[in-house]
Design a protein around this ligand. Structure first.
Ligand SMILES: N[C@@H](CCC(=O)N[C@@H](CS)C(=O)NCC(=O)O)C(=O)O
Length: 215
């Protein structure tokens, strides 16, 4: 498989973890989002949205949108299962995943950050305040749910890793990258630590990818 990604991309991180957990070999081509490579015609031909990840599996057209890719891998590949069988547990794992991937992450991607600074003349500090509010809103929701709902176990849904954890840890790592305060989210922190202790997650970590800064 060939994935177009970026070291810092939370969405690419989620897919990278799933590929590693399932033992699927892949290569990654890095798209420099800071340099605007996502807007170049060559990449727009792959994903007209101008966003990573995009994943090629064999000769078919590229797969895009991390949650759709995670579902595709779950439905077509063997290896570790990343969604529970039981329908309610599965719905809960997906619901937690969507809190991150649908309602939180879209608020701090480069196109939004750049738009705020370029179109609204927001100084960088105010843009970062917007970004941190997005993180905090998502983290508060996760903390409230994970600390109270009986479905929570070692991981977000019971004791097995699921799409919810891939999303949670992708958000968590972003708190370090963007300097978001995390003391108020102990349950999220505990589950993120469980995820980061897994070799597949550690190998997929943004800071371990080519192009990443050393810390
Ligand atoms: N909902 C999409 C988000 C994709 C996305 O926005 N990726 C970011 C990096 S995490 C990106 O490539 N952004 C480019 C830009 O905003 O210009 C997914 O989960 O795959």
């Amino acid at each position: 498989m060939l994935m177009y990604g970026n070291w810092r991309s939370a969405a690419a991180f989620r897919v990278r973890i799933a590929l590693k957990l399932k033992g699927i070999p892949y290569e990654e081509t890095f798209i420099d989002l800071d340099a605007g490579d996502q807007h170049k015609p060559d990449f727009r031909a792959i994903n007209p949205q101008g966003a990573v990840p995009a994943l090629f599996d064999g000769d078919g057209p590229p797969l895009t949108q991390s949650l759709a890719i995670l579902d595709y891998l779950e439905e077509t590949k063997g290896g570790v299962r990343l969604l529970p069988e039981e329908p309610r547990a599965r719905a809960r794992a997906r619901s937690l995943a969507q809190v991150v991937a649908c309602d939180t992450h879209p608020l701090y991607v480069p196109r939004v950050r750049n738009f705020l600074m370029e179109e609204y003349d927001l100084p960088r500090e105010r843009m970062l305040a917007f970004l941190r509010n997005a993180f905090e809103t998502g983290l508060r929701t996760l903390e409230a749910r994970l600390s109270r709902e009986p479905g929570t176990g070692r991981f977000c849904q019971g004791d097995a890793v699921s799409h919810a954890d891939l999303c949670l840890v992708s958000l968590w790592v972003g708190t370090g990258i963007f300097g978001v305060e995390t003391a108020a989210y102990p349950t999220v922190a505990r589950i993120a630590a469980e995820c980061l202790a897994l070799p597949a997650v550690a190998e997929a970590h943004p800071l371990r990818q080519p192009g990443a800064p050393s810390a």
